[in-house]
Design a protein around this ligand. Sequence first.
Ligand SMILES: [Zn+2]
Length: 193
Amino acid sequence: MNIIQKKSPNFWIGRKGYRPEGVVIHIMDGTLIGTDAWFANPTSQVSAHYGIGKNGEVHQYVQETDAAWHAGRVDTPLWKLIKSNVNPNLYTVGIEHEGKPNDVWADAMKQSSVALIREICQRWQIPIDRNHVVGHFEVFSKKPNCPASNKKILDELVALAGQQTPPPTPNPSVEEGVRKIEEGLAMIKQIIN
Ligand SMILES: [Zn+2]
């Protein structure tokens, strides 16, 4: 995966003994270029590990071994695995997406997001499910439309990211079925000829 580095000054070095245990999905509510500038600005005091454009371009602002500032506020969280009295930035990886909460996600952006979620989860041995891949709104209820008004996008990302790992193992019964169909076709050909 091609990742363009766009370093942000807004992060903590290291994770104070924690490691990534979840991925938090966000919407920029703006453009990739605007987000690049906002995260590069030390006065904004915000960042994420990654930002994905509508064209599928992936920007990295903060290294995964460091804590980006994307989900530091907790308010009536719905996330089952949230830790009490620990800043979520210390144990999550944050991914921003270009656009507005009501947008339909472009295929290219969705595909990059799926590939990135899969890579992050494999790297840190995070299960690819809705308990580990969450929307910002599930951490901070005062952002009800981050990453989207329609929450189905989260289910879709998780389903697609989970689908492609691990590689499918050959199923003997399917192979047997294919062999029988081929035999049947050969018999039909003989009859026709
Ligand atoms: Zn957010």
